[in-house]
Design a protein around this ligand. Sequence first.
Ligand SMILES: Nc1ncnc2c1ncn2[C@@H]1O[C@H](COP(=O)(O)OP(=O)(O)OP(=O)(O)O)[C@@H](O)[C@H]1O
Ligand SMILES: [Mg+2]
Length: 151
Amino acid sequence: MQIPEIFYTSSPEQTERIGAKLAGAMLEDSKLPRFIALYGDLGVGKTAFVRGFASVVAPGARVKSPTFALVNEYRVKGGKNPPAFHFDMYRINDEDELYSIGFYDYLDSGICLVEWSENIEYALPDERFSVTIEKCSVDEPDKRKITLVRQ
Ligand SMILES: Nc1ncnc2c1ncn2[C@@H]1O[C@H](COP(=O)(O)OP(=O)(O)OP(=O)(O)O)[C@@H](O)[C@H]1O
Ligand SMILES: [Mg+2]
């Protein structure tokens, strides 16, 4: 997988596939960052991306928005892959809340994927991937532009 890269998708499944591709690359190369900051508007496809990612790291895990708990954990019992921690920071108010969910402890414990990273920019690790998902035009409601960069 080339990084940086721009992808275009026309269905949730295609967006999942990009997430799966990044997961494969991260499992193959342990020197890559272990943190993925996700950016993009409500309903643009961030959770779809995470679903594809988790399908590789923790096959069978049920991925949904961690809206109430703020974090979901995906892992296969007895598996050799690191766990994936899926955060949704849409409702986060301040750093106290980050501490109370133990955000900083997760950083060394597995791979972190964070929806609404724009809300915790101050807390993001220096070494990370950023994934920005955008709608393209009103004429093509299912089309997405996905920009993957490494910080
Ligand atoms: N190309 C596409 N990629 C991803 N999702 C798509 C695409 N085309 C249409 N969709 C639809 O867009 C929606 C994406 O929902 P998803 O929950 O992944 O968004 P989200 O960015 O996580 O939203 P939120 O900010 O509320 O967490 C789904 O209803 C999905 O079917
Ligand atoms: Mg979501």
